[in-house]
Design a protein around this ligand. Sequence first.
Ligand SMILES: Nc1ncnc2c1ncn2[C@@H]1O[C@H](COP(=O)(O)OP(=O)(O)OP(=O)(O)O)[C@@H](O)[C@H]1O
Ligand SMILES: [Mg+2]
Length: 471
Amino acid sequence: MIALSLAEIAAVVGGQTHDIPDPSVQVTGPVVRDSREVVPGSLFAAFVGERVDGHDYARAVTEAGAVAVLASRPVGVPAIVVEDVQTALGALARHVVRRLGATLVALTGSAGKTSTKDLIAQVLRRKAPTVFTPGSLNNEIGLPLTALSATEETRFLVLEMGARGIGHIRYLTGLTPPRIGLVLNVGTAHIGEFGGREQIAQAKGELVEALPPAEEGGVAVLNADDPLVRAMASRTKAKVVLFGESAEADVRAENVRLTDSGQPSFTLHTPSGASDLTMRLYGEHHVSNALAAAAVAHELGMSAEEIATALSEAGSLSRWRMEVTERPDGVTIVNDAYNANPESMRAALRALAAMGKGRRTWAVLGKMAELGDEALAEHDAVGRLAVRLNVSKLVAVGGIEASWLQLGAYNEGSWGEESVHVSDAQAAIDLLRSELRPGDVVLVKASRSVGLESVAQALVETGAEGEVAAR
Ligand SMILES: Nc1ncnc2c1ncn2[C@@H]1O[C@H](COP(=O)(O)OP(=O)(O)OP(=O)(O)O)[C@@H](O)[C@H]1O
Ligand SMILES: [Mg+2]
């Protein structure tokens, strides 16, 4: 964080100082909520959770070097006491970003926020110091904590914003008002909670409503290929920049194809030039993510060549998203178990088909959560797509949704042992351990709640044991 005295922080958050001998002492380290992350100079934010109460760690964090605790009650060590720690954290973030000289870039969407945020960061940091959301910390606590991790040197602050309802994005943009706002897509993630796609569009569009007008530098970066996102142009005073594969996009991809290893290759067109690239990431959904990142970077003054180079070298910074492991015995494991929705299932299956040309392919899939009334139809469609893409084996894991996946495959013409339904992750692991053979490609994917990464991890480890045994 930029250095601030305890007195200044107390004033900004409207808090009372307790047990603070010298209010001019400065917080120079990060603001953290996890006691294990405290380093000398930190400010520790004490949240009361379901299982742990941060206030119980007050003494320990002080001993570890925290300058003070942001707390909702006195704790016997230096503290700034406020009514509500979350509100105080938000106020502090707002104060700090106002003082920073950094450009704020915020993004939202139904799928691909983290992947795209990681791409944007990997492009922009070639130009200037960049701070970005770690992992998926995109909510009312993770967002201010990320903003507070910026320093005087930070030029770009890239923030992922998540929403589970109307007003959530508005709240987040109130804390850290972006100059550039990007909306990726309106899909079906969390549709059960939202009520429908229109409501999701309403909620995501709050991002572009919060942007400054074009004259003040506001830029809305919108997906030209997604009608509900494209329509958000009418909800902003900012300059509108479109990305996508459609001809009207300002930043677009041409000659898109997947290489034999499943990596997207295309020509990137920007208003100031074009450049060819092949990505290191897997799956065609990254084309859209890359174009979004390119549109942001172009707005911030980078050339098509610089952007293409950065995108072609960008890796996966967050785990379990199309994470590819080559086992010593020639089996390829694709761990995309971080999360799943219909769009990302389709993208992952297409990547599997491309990677598995001439090889035996396995799709180990579990349920896609929160689809409301569309759940049966969407699982059925994914099962059918697996067959249409010629995936050799479908292993549907879990309860009723898995049986819909398997039935979809069956009805599309998969027969015999080409598609099976197993009850849980362990059953899938047992089956795959006995069936996999050198050369196979295995995709593992389901919603977060299913926890299928245990399957991917077990399969990766099986390969490692094999290697040891072979020596
Ligand atoms: N543009 C895209 N369209 C569809 N699926 C995508 C896209 N980009 C990434 N995905 C897939 O969606 C899943 C989630 O990706 P990612 O973590 O980037 O999304 P997110 O929007 O940050 O999710 P969350 O809401 O959980 O934070 C992954 O399986 C990934 O492969
Ligand atoms: Mg995310």
